[in-house]
Design a protein around this ligand. Structure first.
Ligand SMILES: [Zn+2]
Length: 512
């Protein structure tokens, strides 16, 4: 069989039963599909699933589910009801010849076992038709202006040249790249991140896989291949070119016209999650709007309600203007930045005061000031008084992990300042050329310690570093990732958070 109709869906653990019901109706309405791949971290519900789905059901396509496994435990298995489970890393071949590569290994294990994993797959260089990975590759992350990604995924793409690469790293976002070409094989890859069911974004993707597909007629519909180093790319000799090489030449010319390689991607304020000009802005999450900055609850909050505080309390202070960092090197006059700095600090301190006076909580804020950011913001976390002493130990522990254990990101060294009027501190933060990470630890509203680490804008930094330190300090290891299912909140829950926050914050709102 050369053509197959397939369905790919993404489910959070708690939605799996509903998603399977949706698959039944999609199968009936738009199918029949030969197979359905269910992406997501859903392993915990397999036992329940085993009793719910009957074998050989005509209502369902062949289901493939993923489970998290260690590299050594990789492989596929079949539940009693015929559902196929894929875990770890491997290649599964369908009876009709379709080859599916999959990887559910955690990013940290991918990095630590990189050589073993790659040596296993370099021996087996057959291409795959479909590739499923939780993580994105570094190349695609960079193209989308994100600092994440795992280089093993880059290598797997180069080995497998998949026709479709599906990722489920971001549960709230559907993203589809324009297809790109592998010139040596004429294969075309389509990459997409499928959002989770109930996220409001596209969570199901149906397509017909045609194993005979070749170059599309319209070459301008392609984008440049993110895995090919444009500088090292071999020069194509027009005189001796075969038909295939001519096609590539033509492709390269087309790409240079439509996609200048050097030009960095610009995120327009209309696409930015923090800009009011974005028509999709989640305005139900906003707590308070000042004149230069606003306060919003965090999506997928780290902290949970504690004691008197009936809401998560994790919030963000965001400038209204679209800005990468507080002071950029493009500014001639820093008056506006200074005013913004003052107002953001005022908002931050009003939350610190609420946490302390109303809920007997301390506060830690975290910010990244990088010219490579989109729209900077400060994250504010309420911290129980008995935990605040653990800050330095938690920071040291995460620094050890960052600097010694997972050396993918650049090394960080923090300096401690006891006041934001410290001369050395002021000189650093008012210098537009300095890029830095900063924690502000408020034991009380009037006493703060500032921990600042500089970095080079070309360095790769762990954007989740702040959240990691706080998660360790608050003993919330399962809530490290904002987009994990445990942190996910429905719109109704978010509205409730805002409501409770606003009630408590009323007495502390600054007069801006
Ligand atoms: Zn913005």
């Amino acid at each position: 069989m050369l053509k197959s109709k397939l369905l790919v869906v993404h489910s959070l653990q708690e939605d799996l039963a509903t998603v399977i019901e949706k698959v039944v109706s999609l199968h009936k309405k738009h199918g029949p599909f030969t197979s359905c791949l269910v992406l997501g971290e859903i392993s915990d519900t397999f036992n329940e699933l085993e009793s719910r789905i009957f074998p050989d059901s005509d209502n369902l396509p062949q289901l493939f589910l993923l489970e998290n496994k260690l590299f050594e435990e990789s492989g596929s298995r079949v539940l009693k009801n015929g559902v196929k489970i894929l875990g770890g890393i491997g290649v599964f071949e369908f009876s009709n010849g379709i080859r599916l590569g999959y990887n559910t290994i955690s990013s940290s294990e991918l990095t630590s076992k990189k050589n073993e994993i790659l040596s296993q797959f370099s021996k087996n260089t057959s291409k795959v038709d479909l590739l499923i990975t939780k993580e994105w590759s570094v190349s695609i992350s960079h193209r989308e202006n994100s600092l994440g990604g795992n280089e093993v995924i880059d290598k797997l793409n180069k080995i497998f040249e998949p026709r479709y690469h599906f990722s489920y790293k971001y549960t709230q976002t559907f993203l589809e790249l324009k297809p790109f070409l592998w010139p040596d094989s004429d294969r075309i890859t389509r990459f997409m991140n499928i959002a989770a069911y109930n996220s409001g974004s596209k969570w199901a993707y149906a397509f017909e896989l045609d194993l005979t597909s070749t170059l599309p007629l319209n070459l301008s519909s392609l984008t440049s291949n993110p895995y090919m180093d444009i500088i090292k790319k071999r020069k194509l000799d027009g005189n001796n070119a075969s038909n295939k090489l001519s096609a590539n030449n033509q492709l390269n010319n087309t790409m240079q016209e439509t996609h200048p390689i050097k030009k960095p991607k610009i995120v327009l304020p209309t696409d930015c999650h923090f800009c009011f000009t974005n028509s999709n802005i989640q305005d139900h999450m906003i707590i308070y709007i000042g004149s230069l900055a606003y306060l919003t609850i965090a999506r997928g909050p780290l902290t949970t309600p504690k004691g008197e505080m009936g809401f998560s309390g994790h919030c963000l202070v965001v400038p209204i203007e679209h800005k990468a960092k507080l002071r950029t090197k493009h500014e001639n006059d820093f008056t506006a930045s200074t005013n913004l700095d003052i107002e953001m600090l005022q908002l931050e301190k009003s939350v610190v005061a609420m946490n302390f006076l109303k809920f007997e909580m301390c506060t830690v804020s975290f910010e990244i000031q990088s010219e490579k950011s989109f729209h900077f913001h400060k994250q504010i976390f309420p911290v129980p008084k008995y935990c605040i002493m653990k800050f330095k130990d938690s920071l040291d522990r995460q620094l050890y992990m960052n600097n010694e254990k997972y050396t993918k990101n650049t090394n960080l060294t923090f300096s401690l300042f006891h006041s934001n009027t410290d001369k050395e501190y002021e000189a650093l933060v008012t210098n537009p050329l300095v890029n830095y990470l900063q924690f502000t630890v408020y034991e009380t509203p009037s006493s703060s310690k500032l921990y600042l680490a500089q970095f080079d804008p070309e360095d790769r930094i762990d954007l989740q570093f702040g959240r990691r330190v706080l998660a360790y300090m608050l003993n919330l290891p399962r809530r490290v990732r904002w987009d994990s299912s445990i942190c996910n909140q429905t719109r109704k829950q978010e509205e409730n958070e805002v409501n409770l926050f606003q009630k408590a914050y009323k007495d502390f709102e600054p007069s801006i």
